[in-house]
Design a protein around this ligand. Sequence first.
Ligand code: SF4
Ligand code: SF4
Length: 285
Amino acid sequence: MKQVLVISGKGGTGKTILTASFAALAKNKVMVDCDVDAADLHLVLHPDIRERFEFRSGKTAKIDAGLCSKCGKCAEVCRFESVKDGFEIDAVACEGCGFCAKVCPAGAITMEENISGEWYVSDTEYGPLVHAKLGIAEENSGKLVAKVRQAAKEMAEKEKRDYVIIDGPPGIGCPVIASMSGVDVAVVVTEPTVSGQHDMERVLEVADHFKIKSCVVINKWDINPEHTAAIERFCGAKGINVAGKIPFSKQICESVVKGVPAVKICAGEPADAITKVWDGVKNGA
Ligand code: SF4
Ligand code: SF4
């Protein structure tokens, strides 16, 4: 079983377009959307939710008013000023350190797990999809990414799937690191712009740090052939394979609007370019 991560240093480079097309091209796979803060793979794969799970992460103090003697010790020790007048906890301000529960002489404080989001196992036309939604203003997206990755891997192993295809989160922070661990190849999608190359270089550095094999795909390569050549030179110097160049295509834009993987409705060069990338990845790009 091979785990393929599609990633880019920032959003909007065509990462999800490529992942959705991989989903349509690959046989016998599980898909994962690791962009738990702003998931969008479902807009193209149209999942039918089969199972729904709560994601619990972190703890918040809770005071039992019936037991509380209003001694004020909890407010005294709380560094985050989370104990409000009247001895109620401000759940947003509480960092869950548990100090107040330790000092409370009445045993009135319990630490309760937060429900920070949900994750789902869904069916799609192209196979199962594991995806998630982090609650508004919730943190710990790295943990949620690790959760959906683990669930997808277990499903793939149990069902003897050949691939896990992962739509990675944007950026280079904790969720990206969680999405990278244990993958066989990271497909880094970029655009031929100065910022696109900069973001690509940052994500390649992260992959290199974790000893993850990478290749690069240049999306809309023909909007700036000179910069495309610069990216190719950079990759050549670093020994990184450019697995494909996808031209700008109105058909691809239309596929996004229609919510269909690009390779399903595009003809000619754009579809051929994406198919070539998948063939390369499949064969060890
Ligand atoms: S320490 Fe316990 S008993 Fe004292 S005010 Fe806080 S919750 Fe109430
Ligand atoms: S758990 Fe920590 S942060 Fe939350 S109220 Fe208690 S002392 Fe304050």
